[in-house]
Every structure is written in C-alpha cells, then in structure tokens.
Design a protein around this ligand. Structure first.
Ligand code: GTP
Ligand code: MG
Length: 391
C-alpha cells in the first residue's frame, strides 16, 4: 500500500494529470517514479506507472503512424453506449458470434488464429448500440501459459466490459481458467469486488463530494478531502462501496488498483455432442456467479439474450429527457451508470444546466405518479423520463 507519498511525488502526479501531451506526461511520470521511495510497499504502484509509460509510448507511435496515413487497427474509438471486448481462446467462435450479432463481417475459419487484428462491430439492443470488439486469441498451448499482445491487453483494460467466450466442444473450464489467468496478470478482475473506491473527476463544481453507498469509512471525510486536495483534486465525486480506509482512497487516486470489468460468460457451441453435460460443472466453476449465456451460432440458440445480458451487466440505464414544452420525450436516451441522480444527469447534459437547476418532473419506473416533482438527489432507473426545469 502506498501511503502518504512525499509532496514532491504528489506534485509530479498532479503535473502528469494536467500534462498537455503524451510526451510531457511520460517525462512527468518518470520524474514521479524517481520521487517515489523504492520500498516494497510501493512496488505495485511503480509497476503500474511503468506500464502507463509504456502505453503512452505506444500511443505516440500510433499517433505517428496515423499522421503518416496508416491507421493502427489496434486503436479503436468507442462507438455507441459501451465498448465490450470478446475474449476467448482460438476457435471458441468469437468471429461467428460477431457476425451473427453485428454488422461486422469477420473471417471465420475452422483452423486456429483466423483473426489476427481486432475487428469491431455494432450490436443493436432495443434503442441503443453496444460496440463489440473481437481481439486476436491469446497465443500458447491450451494447457500452458497464454500470451496476449500488449495492444490486445490495452483494449481489454480500456473496454467498458468483457464477454468471455468458451467452447463447449472443448474443455470449457480449462478455457475459463486460462482466460482468468491472463486477466489476473494485467490486474483486471471479472468479479465485482466487495469494496472499492471510485474517483470521478468533475468539472467546475468546486467541491469534493463523498458518496458512501452503505460503506464503512475508517477515516473522517475531512481527511479524504485533504488527501484529494493534496493531489490537486478540487472537483471530484468519491464513491465508496464496502469498507475502505485512507490508503484505498490514495490507491484510487493513483489508479493503483485492480480494475473491475463487468463481464458475461458466453458458452458457445452448445449444439456439439456432450456440450450440455458440461454446463453443470461450468456453473460450479464460476462462483460467485457471473451472467452465463449458452449459445450456438449454428442453431441461433441464446444469441438474442446477449444484448440484454450485456446491458444489465454493464450497470447502465437509459434515461429519456423531455422538453417542458414538448408532449413527448426524446427518442434518443442518455445512457448513464445506474445510481445516476437527476443532478448528475443535468451536469451530464450541460454544466450550466446543473447550476441553473430548479426541479424535475419524472415519469416511468421511479415516479410515484406520472409527472412527479423530484429533487436533485432523486436516483434514476432504466426507462425513466425526466423533464428538467431550470432558471
Ligand atoms: N458446432 C459449432 N461450431 C461453431 C459454432 N460457432 C463457431 N463454430 C465453428 O468454430 C470454428 C471457429 O469459429 P470462429 O468464429 O472463426 O472462431 P474464433 O473464436 O473467431 O477463432 P479465431 O479467430 O480463429 O481465433 C469455425 O469452424 C466455426 O464454424 C457453434 O456455435 N457451433
Ligand atoms: Mg476469429
């Protein structure tokens, strides 16, 4: 646990956050590293920052190749409500799923490693779209150690969620374990942690808000505020789930954390002989459970479930805004995290709107009656309609 870094290191961290370009950022992260005492408690932090530097270097290389006209296929801008990586061993059927679910037309082959560069596609779920990206399968023997390219791992770390794909015509448990090992290595967790601290940087609010969702904080909120301020953070929302102490908050500031990715497991090729018999043991393996979707690209079984399962696993909700002068709400929802309040939504639409906010009327699941008047702390749910009244 890194605790109370020297002020010099904090200063470098602040400067790195505010750096205007990747080159400057690298320089400042390097200076940060020299200012962090080299003891065991800081090892993970140092490793984390080193991999950030490596990522920035690749970003610079990608920028260069873009400028020279050759776009890197490994850099994929998010489109739609969320970006989800299809991660599985070769031949699990990721390309077949991508083809069945999206507009993409990836190559499908019965031989190994057909897909060699990432392929994105858009999946339509009701009135929104989710971007799916197939990345090349990790290399290695099925029982031995797996390796995935750095660029592939970055796509995983940057994604909003993961769909792990295992093959029911093979040993799905062993496949699941191999995928988990690769993810553990890069400090990506597929299980929702009991406790965690999230720090969301906000704009122009001038305050540090602390939202503890039934959490046990072992330090006074004032200390948290002081700590954030010592890192130059003045506008932020700190969300605490479960139990947390001041070190957890500092780890979150320094992004020295295992990142949790909402994940579903797709067990594909259920049409294969003996496939269904493997499901019981597979379900036992994934404790605590994550959503399991049983599919076949051959028969189409389970495919229509994927959109809704992903949407709910991602922890997203759709909110429709309505102009006070219009009879109907907008057709295009805002897709926001569950837990979003009316105030968060207003801020999401426009900082100014949050400042001029007066009250809202809502229709839908969280309203007691149609057009109920609610305050800024009202928590929204999927399918709510919100009319914001401002000064
Ligand atoms: N029986 C059966 N075969 C499938 C299913 N889905 C995919 N396949 C077959 O499995 C093989 C591999 O499918 P792909 O979709 O190319 O697999 P991938 O995961 O993209 O694999 P690589 O890109 O090669 O690493 C192909 O021969 C597919 O036709 C399925 O649900 N059932
Ligand atoms: Mg493929």
């Amino acid at each position: 646990l890194p605790a109370n870094l020297p002020p010099e290191a904090k200063g470098k961290w602040i400067a790195a956050q505010n750096a205007r370009n990747p080159k400057e950022k690298i320089q400042l992260f390097q200076e940060f590293l020299s200012a962090v005492p080299k003891h065991k408690g800081n090892e993970r932090l140092r490793a984390q920052v080193k991999s950030k530097i490596a990522e920035l270097k690749r970003e610079i290389a990608a920028q260069r190749s873009r400028r020279s006209g050759s776009r890197s296929p490994w850099v994929i801008e998010r489109e739609g409500a969320a970006q989800v990586v299809l991660f599985g061993l070769t031949n699990a059927g990721r390309s077949s799923l991508l083809k069945a679910l999206t507009n993409a037309r990836p190559e499908i082959g019965s031989y190994a490693y057909t897909t060699r560069i990432p392929v994105p596609g858009m999946l339509t779920f009701e009135d929104i779209q989710i971007q799916l990206i197939e990345i090349p399968a990790p290399l290695g023997s099925k029982s031995g150690e797996m390796t995935t390219s750095q660029e592939g791992l970055e796509l995983i770390r940057n994604a909003n969620g993961l769909a792990l794909v295992v093959d029911l015509s093979e040993d799905p448990i062993q496949q699941f374990r191999s995928l988990r090992l690769v993810l553990d290595d890069i400090r990506v967790s597929v299980e929702k942690p009991d406790s965690r601290v999230e720090i969301l940087r906000e704009k122009g609010t001038g305050e540090i808000r602390i939202a503890a969702y039934g959490a046990k904080l072992s330090c006074p909120p004032e200390r948290i505020r002081e700590l954030l301020q010592s890192y130059g953070l003045r506008n932020a929302l700190v969300r605490v789930y479960g139990e947390a102490d001041i070190e957890d908050v500092e780890d979150a500031i320094l992004e020295n954390v295992t990142v949790y990715k909402p994940t579903v497991l797709i067990a594909n090729k259920v049409d294969s002989p003996g496939a269904r018999e493997k499901l019981t043991t597979l379900k036992e393996e994934i404790q605590p459970a994550m959503p399991l979707i049983i599919t076949s690209c051959l028969t189409g079984e389970g495919l229509q479930e994927i959109g809704s399962q992903l949407f709910s696993a991602l922890g997203l909700i759709r909110v429709y805004t309505k102009d006070p002068n219009e009879a109907k709400p907008s057709n295009h929802p805002f897709v926001v995290p569950a837990g979003t309040t009316v105030r968060d939504l207003a801020r999401n639409i426009h900082t100014d709107l949050a400042n001029r906010y007066r009250y809202s009327r809502i229709w839908g699941p969280t309203s007691k009656f149609a057009g109920e008047r609610v305050g800024p702390d009202h928590v929204l749910a999927d399918h709510d309609i919100v009319e914001i009244h401002a000064e």
